[in-house]
Design a protein around this ligand. Structure first.
Ligand SMILES: [Zn+2]
Length: 390
């Protein structure tokens, strides 16, 4: 979707230019717009077919006919940047800004495009300067702040990212509070790594205030309680994930287990798992429960509990573990049919992505708080094996 929007930017700019020419100039036989119309549609067709090279060729030719067309310059610069020719994009946008015949809106558009060029080229200081200038223009205030947040996030300058995101949140877009909580968690993680527990605690508290449903902040809060030996409070935090982000409970199940074990309350852990599974069936949780039953009562009892779960909520990884338990409980050798089925199931489940971004579909074997694909925060969810789980 992002790719499509990006693709349509030059189209929108070019169509704006074409519309402007049609409204501002009476049609006549000598009118360049009329002459260029077939070329214009040819260029658009290339853009839509993701053939930027050919589109650029057409648009460059059109600029030779009408070198004043501002919107066409903007479209062309955007295409160059998209193709990775940032130097050429920068030259086009710089030459536009140097012109004195631009309207305020056209100048703002050119500034924004040039800031994007600088960002793409890694010239963050220059991009920041332009965006700060742009943020004073009401029509571009919000986009400038958004781009500044993106730049500071890219540079991992969390203080600045928080500062500009707070300005956006204050302007009414509270969705930025979720990102602010993530930036604060980044700072808490860094402080923790450096042993500065006072700062870590402060940042975790700020993150919880910014977004009470931030699963990452809840987990960090649980980790902090656990670090200080406050195990009941840690359990309360970890279990709070069920309200804030139920999909992410499997991320803390091992921490929960460790807390209950340290409190010598394994029965409490089993009871919690059973209750949680009633609220929402999850293979990752039932596997932990089955492992505990296996350790205490043996493979047959564990297989029985797992099978009861799988009847209602079948999943490939659950089936894999069930076959393994049954093969062991029945003393089946690896070369027997059941042993071979177990081996095949293991091959099917091994190496599969365990997490998927709900925003862009990126698959990952381990969890990331920021999607490596689309850079969205908190968008990766465990893939509850929905392959055969309806
Ligand atoms: Zn993503």
């Amino acid at each position: 979707m992002v790719e499509l929007l990006w693709l349509l930017l030059p189209v929108a700019a070019a169509s704006g230019w074409f519309a402007a020419r049609r409204t501002c100039r009476p049609a006549s036989a000598s009118d360049g717009a009329t002459d260029c119309k077939p070329q214009y549609f040819k260029g658009l067709n290339y853009v839509l077919n993701e053939q930027p090279d050919k589109a650029i060729e057409i648009f460059v030719g059109m600029l030779e006919v009408d070198s004043d067309a501002v919107e066409m310059h903007l479209a062309l610069g955007s295409l160059f940047r998209r193709r990775g020719e940032v130097d050429r994009a920068i030259r086009i946008h710089q030459s536009l800004i140097a012109r004195n015949d631009l309207t305020d809106e056209q100048r703002a558009e050119a500034l924004q495009e040039l800031a994007c060029d600088y960002t793409r080229a890694g010239l963050f200081d220059r991009a920041e300067r332009l965006l700060l200038e742009l943020s004073d223009i009401p029509s571009h205030h919000e986009i400038a702040l958004r781009l500044l947040v993106t730049i500071f996030q890219q540079q991992r300058d969390w203080d600045q990212a928080i500062s500009f995101a707070r300005r956006l949140a204050k302007a009414g877009d509270e969705s930025h509070l979720t990102n602010i909580a993530q930036y604060l968690c980044e700072q808490a993680d860094a402080a923790w790594r450096h042993g500065d527990m006072v700062r870590a605690e402060e940042k975790i508290r700020d993150a919880r205030d910014a977004d009470p449903k931030c699963a990452r902040a809840i987990i960090l809060e649980g980790n902090l309680h656990r670090h200080h030996g406050r195990l009941r409070e840690a359990i309360e935090s970890y279990e709070g994930i069920e309200d804030a982000a139920p999909d992410l409970l499997p991320l803390v199940v091992q921490q929960l287990k460790a807390c209950y074990t340290a409190l010598d309350d394994e029965a409490g852990f089993d009871a919690y798992l059973e209750q949680s599974l009633k609220r929402r069936p999850r293979t990752a949780l039932v596997r932990v429960l089955a492992e505990r039953i296996r350790a205490n009562e043996g493979e047959a009892a564990a297989a029985q509990r797992l099978e009861r779960f799988l009847v209602d909520s079948p999943s490939l990884s659950g089936l894999d573990y069930l076959v393994e338990l049954q093969a062991i409980s029945e003393g089946v050798p690896a070369c027997a049919p059941l042993g071979r089925v177990s081996h095949l199931l293991r091959r099917l489940t091994d190496g599969r992505a365990a997490f998927q971004c709900v925003h862009c579909g990126f698959n990952a074997k381990s969890h990331h708080w920021q999607c490596p694909g689309c850079k969205e925060w908190g968008s990766l969810r465990p893939i509850e094996p929905a392959d055969i789980h309806s």
